[in-house]
Ligand binder design. Structure first.
Ligand SMILES: Cc1cc2nc3c(=O)[nH]c(=O)nc-3n(C[C@H](O)[C@H](O)[C@H](O)COP(=O)(O)OP(=O)(O)OC[C@H]3O[C@@H](n4cnc5c(N)ncnc54)[C@H](O)[C@@H]3O)c2cc1C
Length: 437
């Protein structure tokens, strides 16, 4: 992988032959890409294949962004961020993963079981939950023609089985269903999922191979009104390009971590603030011994009935269980700290496998506390399902916002981030071609 530290940026810029546009401007590179997650990597690959020079500036000391396969903390693979390639039929990352030789494992909610006090709960089966989900979908046909409301409000007085449906919504969205726009949820595409055996972060790393990426380079300012195209500034100095692709998470933009000079158009600002991010976190527990009978996915009936959203997910070798904690439960536990997270996840584990197995080691993600993420993924506010479209409208053919927050059937996932980066790069290739004449 051709990844350089910021110390070498001057060298790179000096070595880069300035591109002379017809207008006579001198630039350091053709395209600056901010962020080396799936969107940034995809954009850079696309530009490279069109013969266009692009440099990625990445704030972290690694590539992948929210895709992070942690192999250090537990001495085994823990995908702190994405884990699945969603909807294998349309996900653009599936063929790319295969090209890299990644083994892809089938994963299905049909392997979901409900537990109560250490035993299988006989009153609710996966079939019951699936039937309730299908019934909900049928009931939304007309509701979707009306004014937007929250996903949670579409099940206002849930029956015990419908509470499981709400729990699945929360896991899919990484947020309380009451905070999710129903219209934006309905626009999403779902299907069979795959798990890359070596992890999603590892996949991102593999796809970044051979790209020009400067790590440890957080961008603090984007100046976009001069004749020179766009200049970005940060601890690395400054870099000028003809176009910039911005892939940083919407919550990072909303927090003002990057100053735009001049300010962004009001419509873009509004779209950013209408695309807040959920608080979806993972707590991994390595067990003292493998539990062969563990189902792939488990829910605790008593917690679901109390409206406490969660899923426990077993690793393929059944030696590790990861608690998925979306929205309020996650924000509350993280506010209280590590002992509260451990106590809660222990109680979930006890509900599923009883108390016969010890937890040997633990690791926890903290995306909503991470300054370069500030959340899990974008969730349009109720009444603002159109924010995704507005967000990705190019600004003066110079600023291109993209990433998982775009309007796409796989929105909020790595698949959408990939398609978004590619789309921006293709548009830019067309524009630069036309400008060069
Ligand atoms: C817990 C969790 C579970 C998830 N599960 C799944 C899943 O199973 N499947 C799936 O498809 N998706 C999942 N997702 C969503 C998935 O992670 C994202 O959709 C995808 O990784 C987003 O890619 P991106 O390139 O748009 O953004 P990012 O990966 O966030 O990339 C943006 C990059 O910008 C960098 N950056 C930020 N600020 C600056 C700055 N000022 N200057 C320079 N660089 C900056 C960041 O460090 C980051 O590397 C999950 C996310 C989380 C948090």
């Amino acid at each position: 992988m051709n990844i350089n530290r910021r110390a070498v940026i001057t060298g790179i810029i000096a070595a880069t032959i300035p591109f002379s546009a017809k207008a006579g401007t001198i630039t350091d590179t053709d395209v600056i890409i901010i962020g080396a997650g799936f969107a940034g990597i995809s954009a850079a690959r696309q530009l490279k294949s069109s013969g266009i020079r692009a440099i990625i500036l990445e704030a972290r000391d690694r590539v992948g962004g929210r895709a992070f396969t942690d192999t250090q903390t537990l001495g085994r693979k823990f995908d702190q961020g994405p884990y699945w390639l969603h909807n294998k039929a349309t996900n653009p990352l599936v063929p790319l993963a295969r090209q890299l030789g990644t083994n892809l494992i089938d994963s299905s909610y049909s392997n979901l079981r409900v537990f109560d006090q250490g035993a299988l709960y006989p009153d609710v089966s996966y079939g019951d939950v699936e039937a309730a989900l299908e019934e909900w979908e049928l009931g939304q046909t007309f509701a979707l023609l009306k004014k937007d409301r929250s996903l949670g409000a579409s099940l206002p007085n849930p029956t015990p089985v419908q509470k499981f449906v709400k729990n699945i919504f929360a896991i899919e969205m990484g947020e309380d269903p009451d905070l999710v726009s129903l219209q934006s949820y309905a626009a999403l595409e779902a299907g069979e999922d795959l798990i890359p055996e070596t992890g999603m972060g590892t996949l991102a790393q593999g796809l970044a191979s051979g790209l020009d990426i400067l790590l440890g380079c957080p961008v603090s300012t984007v100046v976009w009104d001069g004749a020179q195209g766009v200049t970005v500034k940060g601890n690395f100095g400054q870099l000028t390009g003809r176009k910039v692709i911005i892939t940083v998470p919407t919550a990072v933009l909303a927090a003002g971590a990057i100053r735009f000079d001049p300010a962004l158009p009001q419509a873009t600002e509004a779209a950013i603030s209408n695309l807040p991010m959920g608080a979806f976190e993972k707590h991994a527990m390595v067990l003292s011994e493998a539990v062969p009978d563990l189902p792939e996915y488990a829910m605790s009936n008593s917690n679901v009935q109390k409206g406490i959203y969660h899923v426990l997910m077993a690793s393929p070798d059944k030696k590790m269980v990861t608690a998925l904690l979306p929205g309020t439960i996650s924000r509350d536990l993280y506010r209280e700290g590590a002992p509260a997270i451990e106590a809660f996840t222990d109680s979930l584990l006890k509900d599923v496998i009883g108390s016969q197995v010890r937890v040997e080691a633990r690791a926890t993600s903290n995306w909503h506390g991470d300054p370069y993420a500030l959340g899990s993924y974008s969730i349009p506010k109720v009444g603002h399902a159109d924010a995704r479209k507005i967000y990705a409208q190019p600004i003066e053919d110079r600023l291109f916002f993209t990433g998982e927050a775009i309007d796409d059937p796989l929105a909020l996932t790595a698949g959408a981030a990939w398609r978004g980066g590619q789309k921006s790069a293709k548009t830019i290739a067309g524009l630069l071609g036309a400008e060069r004449g």
